[in-house]
Ligand binder design. Structure first.
Ligand code: FEO
Ligand code: CA
Ligand code: CA
Length: 591
């Protein structure tokens, strides 16, 4: 493999179209139809398989059930049991981070967001209900494993690596640290310390710290609980997180009573955190960093700020939830990574107020300041971080249109945020200019070093569907040069060093005219060039593009292929296409 991702992009016809058009003085609105050419469906059946842009290659790195250790058995859908599952790659892989180990090796850490009883057990009849729930608990969390770049340019899993391990919801001991550790609201029947938490779950987006550890965001924790407190101190908190609707994994409560939130009302307070894992510490205990607040965490994008402190931008993925950043109290020790071990325990969590005049004001979530007092139910900083969503609302931070991916521009330092959609929005504001917002948008924070308490923001692009594109361009309420292009529901983001933004979409409506996929967006002279590189098989969602250090490979998670189709007749059997194998979430490598 000789070409970098940038080389591949430079070869695009799209770029030549744009440059010719711009030279002739063509306006953005006239460019919109030209941009749309890349979205013409290719002449293949996109309902079954993934589709890749010509000139690119795709390989499958690892699938659900693939063994991570020499002892682990190969995936066999007829023989799945808890023992076999323990050291196999988990289900519904999501955020991916890569940690180099020399020239040709790296550690990959991959989140596993949720188990799906229908897709996981559809082809099996033997496992008991208890075994199934246990398999599901073992299949979420994270996978840590070594990969190697072979002479042919292909990455493969090193099964013999001592680093390989699974972190799961069933039996991985985690610890809480920071303001809520040991608080009475984290104490349960099983844990009188309020610090020792069995497992992690709902591991969705994430990030990497400047000192080389992995941050995993616990997101939709409500999927995993049965019931909720209807009275008492946690009733409001449970309702705010959507507990009690008995969702996908509510049957776990029958196997492990801590997942019955009505009976064990503090157990949900032990989830919804950012979990830090050092992939190079084989015995390392995952730490739930409570100073970063409890919410439905998506991305946790970290950077060293202008004064050297660690700044972590935090998205809370729910309609009308807010956007946050954490700033550590002390500076990152770039020389000695071990000195940063507790850096995320001391600092200030802020929620963002996106003013209509283009200012961003960062509002501190500090116990005793402003409305964060006993009068409003806050009796300590532990209460502030456990109920960070309530605190942000009381400070009048801006409710957003489902913030998900966060990426920092490699040259300008601007913080790009994907807002997927918000059909529930009834009143618009400048940063969320459409009510309802069906197709999402991208905004950015323009900052002078990440640590200031006042920045500027602007809208990057507004998603739209094909039929509404021209109307959106003409919408006078959109406070920027028309940027609406046929591109819907941006979700996960990353930048390559040349300033190209890689965007996954999730949940694009049929009217968008394009299935979900991986796009590139490149800004030149305030115009955007859009292209689609990859589109996912039916039922699937692309997640978390991650670029290799040599810029030649892009790792991408493909979650829940064939979702919402019957297990005996799945809508696709991607990626194996064998009648003996079910559809399987997998990590693909594009290059
Ligand atoms: Fe798990 Fe917000 O996606
Ligand atoms: Ca996601
Ligand atoms: Ca999403």
């Amino acid at each position: 493999m000789t070409k970098t991702l940038t080389d591949l992009l430079e070869a695009r016809l799209t770029r030549r179209h744009f440059i010719a058009g711009a030279g002739a003085g063509v306006t953005m609105s006239l460019l919109v139809p030209k941009l749309s050419w890349a979205l013409t469906p290719p002449p293949v059946d996109v309902t079954k398989s993934a589709v890749l842009k010509p000139g690119w290659t795709e390989s499958i790195l690892i699938r659900w059930g693939d063994p991570l250790t020499p002892q682990a058995p190969a995936f066999n859908p007829a023989e799945t049991n808890p023992e076999n599952t323990r050291d196999q790659f988990g289900f519904n892989n999501d955020y991916i981070a890569l940690f180099p180990l020399g020239e040709r090796d790296a550690l990959l850490v991959v989140n596993h967001e949720f188990s799906d009883p229908v897709l996981m057990h559809g082809q099996r009849g033997k496992a008991t209900a208890k075994a199934r729930a246990t398999i599901e608990m073992l299949s979420v969390g994270m996978s840590v494993f070594q990969i190697h770049l072979g002479d042919t340019g292909q990455w493969s899993v090193v099964r013999e690596s001592p680093y390989n391990r699974r972190i799961n919801a069933r039996d991985t001991l985690c610890m809480a640290s920071g303001p809520a550790a040991g608080d009475a609201r984290l104490i349960t029947t099983a844990d009188p310390t309020g610090k020792l938490i069995m497992g992690t779950l709902a591991n969705c987006g994430g990030g990497v710290t400047p000192w080389g550890t992995f941050l995993s965001g616990e997101e939709n924790i409500d999927l995993f609980f049965r019931g909720r407190a209807t009275q008492g101190p946690e009733a409001e908190n449970h309702a705010r997180f959507g507990l009690g609707n008995d969702k996908l994994m509510q049957h776990w409560a029958a196997v492990d009573g801590r997942f019955d939130a009505a009976k064990e009302p503090n157990e949900p307070n032990r989830f919804g955190w950012v979990v830090e894992v050092n992939p190079k510490d084989i015995e390392g205990i995952p730490i739930k960093r409570t100073a970063l607040g409890r919410m439905k965490h998506e991305y946790t994008t970290a950077i060293s700020g202008s004064n050297g402190r660690c700044v972590v931008y935090l998205s809370d993925d729910e309609e009308n939830a807010c956007f946050y950043k954490f700033v550590s109290q002390t500076a990152v020790d770039a020389e000695n990574p071990a000195n940063n071990r507790d850096l995320l325990d001391q600092g200030i969590l802020y929620a963002a107020k996106f003013d209509d005049n283009g200012d961003v004001r960062w509002l501190p979530l500090i116990y005793g300041e402003g409305p964060l007092t006993p009068e409003h139910g806050f009796n300590s900083q532990a209460d502030v971080v456990i109920d960070a969503r309530k605190a942000a609302n009381m400070l009048q931070a801006t409710p957003m249109d489902r913030a998900e991916g966060i990426a920092i521009h490699p040259q300008t330092g601007a913080v790009y945020i994907a807002l997927t959609k918000n059909p529930k929005r009834s009143v618009s504001d400048a940063a969320n200019p459409r009510a309802p917002n069906l197709w999402g948008h991208l905004i950015r924070i323009i900052t002078n070093g990440h640590e200031d308490l006042r920045d500027r923001w602007d809208i990057v692009i507004l998603g739209t569907d094909k039929t509404h594109a021209q109307k959106e361009v003409a919408n006078p309420k959109i406070p920027y040069h028309p940027k609406a292009i046929p591109f819907a529901n941006p979700d996960n983001l990353t930048f390559t060093p040349d300033g190209t933004l890689w965007v996954c979409t999730d949940g694009a409506p049929k009217s968008a005219g394009v299935p979900d996929g991986l796009y590139t967006l490149k800004e030149e002279d305030k115009h955007w060039i859009l292209d689609q590189v990859y589109r996912v098989p039916v039922g699937a969602e692309p997640c978390c593009p991650t670029v290799s250090p040599d810029q030649k490979s892009l790792f991408l998670s493909i979650q829940h292929p064939a979702q919402k189709s019957p297990p005996h007749a799945p809508s696709t059997r991607w990626p194996d296409f064998s009648p003996k194998l079910p559809p399987r979430p997998a990590v693909v490598v594009l290059g």
